[in-house]
Design a protein around this ligand. Structure first.
Ligand SMILES: *Cc1c(COP(=O)(O)O)cnc(C)c1O
Length: 386
């Protein structure tokens, strides 16, 4: 076997001049940003402008997730409130969520993990009862869940490296075309840059795409000090809006919609290991809050029976050329670099989820042979273990 299958990420598309309508049109307007984190901070900022509270405003997020959520909240001057998960799912526990609400709560962020959207209708009910904004963080899901049912007030998209549509950066904030004059003023006050797809962009695209091949990724992993995939908190200083060439969005969306996704093959092939205590995330046998089985996944997720087996699986899969990993590895309260306020908000279910989550590559270069190989490795562990 030569090289190694990268854990996540699709090739950067070429711009295309033939127009594609974005899946959220005409329900949402889009404001493009420098990154998903910028779009998230913008959504939070708009929610804060719309609902003034006495004291420090609070934003609700799941206790397992991307540290950029915390960065975006601090960037907007609010405080993150972590809600523990419903067992064996990436969803927030609805009861815990209700308990976390205070008179300072401004918004709830429903985060889609690995391509599995949150149970937005349920969150929307709670938000409506308490006049809170609902933000769908769809950085890992495309199209967003709200694209055909406009449940969320704001939707966040990312065009970063490990996201469904990889444009080497960028993001979008979607809002339902009715901002207040104060919100309009806030939006317009954020700096605006322009992305150009000139020679330098094309050269960078070439290099990115080379590093995504099996040989390229294997070489990349050997470069010391890159810290590929390590989870760390990075503060986000300011919001930047970004003009994106429409051709880039057309090219990206068209390529994405035409791309095969191996997630259904994984589900069929891995079904047996559920008998050994593994949980397939998103399996048709598993209640995932109305997940559309055909929705492509960013990664294929499973929960190991316990952490030691997850860690062993990561090691063995990587040894056989498959870039499997534990995504963030730890819950938000344990991420290196987060503030003491976040650290003290421990959440046992999220910690257990973090310790057992295993993700398998689910991009366009995963072959049927890769899926079989992954299944063989996982089956051998389960038989040898215990
Ligand atoms: C990656 C990610 C973000 C941030 O997007 P960037 O474009 O990397 O800034 C936000 N939320 C989630 C769930 C993500 O996965």
């Amino acid at each position: 076997m030569h090289g190694k299958l990268r854990p996540v990420g699709s090739r950067v598309p070429l711009p295309s001049t033939s127009p594609v309508s974005m899946p959220w049109e005409p329900l949402y307007e889009a404001e493009y940003c420098a990154s998903g984190t910028d779009a998230l901070a913008l959504a939070i900022g708009l929610a804060l402008v719309d609902r003034l509270v006495c004291g420090q405003p609070e934003i609700i997020i799941p206790a397992y997730g991307c540290p950029d959520l915390v960065a975006a909240i601090f960037c907007s001057g609010a405080t993150p409130v972590l809600v523990d998960l419903h067992p064996d799912t990436p969803f927030m526990d609805a009861q815990r969520l209700r308990e976390a609400l205070t008179e300072r709560t401004v918004a709830v962020i429903g985060v889609g993990l690995l391509g599995i959207p949150e149970r937005l209708e349920r969150l929307a009910d709670i938000c409506r009862e308490h006049s809170l904004a609902l933000i769908e963080d769809s950085a890992q899901c495309f199209p967003p869940r709200s694209a055909d049912r406009p449940v969320a007030d704001y939707v966040v998209i990312s065009f970063g490296r490990g996201k469904p549509i990889n444009l080497m950066g960028g993001g979008a904030l979607l809002y339902r075309g009715s901002l207040t004059p104060e919100q309009q003023a806030f939006l317009q006050a954020q700096p605006l840059v322009t992305l150009r797809t000139g020679f330098a962009w094309h050269l960078k695209r070439h290099v990115f795409n080379l590093l995504m091949t099996r040989i390229g990724f294997q070489l990349l992993e050997k470069v010391p000090g890159l810290g590929l995939g390590s989870t760390r908190f990075h503060p986000h200083r300011a919001i930047t809006r970004q003009r994106m060439p429409p051709e880039l969005l057309f090219g990206g969306t068209r390529k994405y919609l035409a791309r095969p996704s191996p997630h259904l093959l994984y589900e069929q092939t891995l079904q047996n290991i559920e008998d050994d205590g593994w949980v397939l995330l998103g399996s048709t046998r598993f209640e995932m809050g109305g997940l559309d089985a055909s929705q492509p996944r960013l990664r294929f997720g499973l929960l190991a029976p316990h952490q030691a087996l997850r860690d062993e699986a990561v090691q063995e899969l990587n040894a056989s050329g498959i870039g499997a990993n534990g995504l963030y590895e730890v819950a938000l309260a344990a991420v290196e670099g987060v503030s003491a306020d976040v650290r003290k908000q421990g959440a046992p279910v999220a910690a257990d989820f973090a310790a057992r989550l295993l993700t398998l590559p689910c991009h366009e270069d995963v072959t049927a042979e890769d899926v079989k190989r992954a299944a063989r490795v996982l089956a051998s562990l389960t038989v040898n273990g215990d």
